[in-house]
Design a binder for this molecule. Structure first.
Ligand SMILES: NC(=O)c1ccc[n+]([C@@H]2O[C@H](COP(=O)([O-])OP(=O)(O)OC[C@H]3O[C@@H](n4cnc5c(N)ncnc54)[C@H](O)[C@@H]3O)[C@@H](O)[C@H]2O)c1
Ligand SMILES: Nc1nc(=O)c(N)c(NC[C@H](O)[C@H](O)[C@H](O)COP(=O)(O)O)[nH]1
Length: 219
């Protein structure tokens, strides 16, 4: 499976504020670029922290892109994926509406009642890992469901785990020209952090977009 991470950070590397409330770091041109990246993917993924903070929909804004996908024999919208070790996704979350297929990745520690509520709300459940989702194992299952190209939007806990497990192939990072600050504000890669063996990326492109820059990396 090919994994493309896309995120937007402030100049100081923050994904949002210390209250973990969504901040529009991207401008209109960058959000349109994000819509294009979504349209090229078989599925779009976030961590449950992002579901709880932002209640994202993860569909496509531009109808032409949906129509184009349908014309080429694909679903109109990419599938949606949530990494959710303990099945905390609210059953009324927007990602569980019936506009696209949704997979919730849970661990064996998730309560059977919560998992069954998610299943009743229409989610496809993938169980992988004991205490937290084993991402490599879960991705193999998604691949078996036809997800060959996965876009991941964040947040910082999930992205750190993906880098730590060496599962990222490409990163596009919009750096917006604002300072958010805050030692507790989420950054691109949170989790435990690396002490050595830092992932090294190849910078392949830099482009000025809105009031910021898009940095494109191969990993
Ligand atoms: N600016 C952006 O591009 C952008 C993108 C996405 C999210 N955000 C922001 O990020 C914040 C949320 O990020 P976050 O870091 O709190 O949460 P997150 O979205 O990274 O979700 C973390 C959760 O994912 C689950 N998970 C399952 N398996 C995991 C694994 N193997 N490793 C790590 N987590 C795993 C866990 O339950 C964990 O609590 C919000 O404030 C949101 O607005 C910003
Ligand atoms: N590219 C990008 N720029 C930003 O400035 C920002 N705040 C996000 N945040 C990503 C996060 O996952 C959001 O929740 C979804 O981008 C919302 O997606 P919807 O419009 O609901 O489909 N992403």
């Amino acid at each position: 499976m090919y994994v493309h991470v896309n995120a937007a950070v402030s100049v100081d590397g923050k994904l949002s504020t210390r209250r973990r409330e969504q901040v529009a770091i991207s401008g209109p041109e960058d959000f349109d670029r994000v819509d294009r990246v979504r349209a090229a993917a078989d599925a779009v993924m976030v961590g449950v922290g992002t579901v709880l903070a932002d209640d994202p929909h993860l569909t496509l804004d531009e109808d032409d892109r949906r129509v184009q996908r349908l014309r080429s024999g694909r679903d109109g919208f990419p599938a949606r994926v949530v990494a959710d070790s303990r099945a905390r996704t609210p059953t009324d979350a927007r990602i569980l509406d019936d506009e696209a297929t949704t997979y919730v990745l849970v661990s064996e520690d998730a309560s059977a009642d919560d998992v069954s509520a998610l299943r009743s709300a229409g989610a496809g459940i993938v169980t992988a890992g004991t205490e937290r989702v084993d991402l490599a194992e879960a991705f193999d299952e998604l691949e078996a469901e036809g997800v060959e190209r996965l876009m991941v939007e964040g947040g910082g806990e999930l992205l750190f785990s993906l880098f730590a497990a060496d599962l990222v192939d490409e990163l596009t990072l919009y750096v917006g020209s604002i300072v958010v600050g805050g030692r507790d504000a989420p950054t691109l890669a949170d989790g435990e952090g690396f002490l050595d063996g830092f992932p090294e990326l190849d910078l392949v492109d830099v482009a000025r977009v809105d009031d910021g820059a898009v940095l494109s990396y191969e990993v």
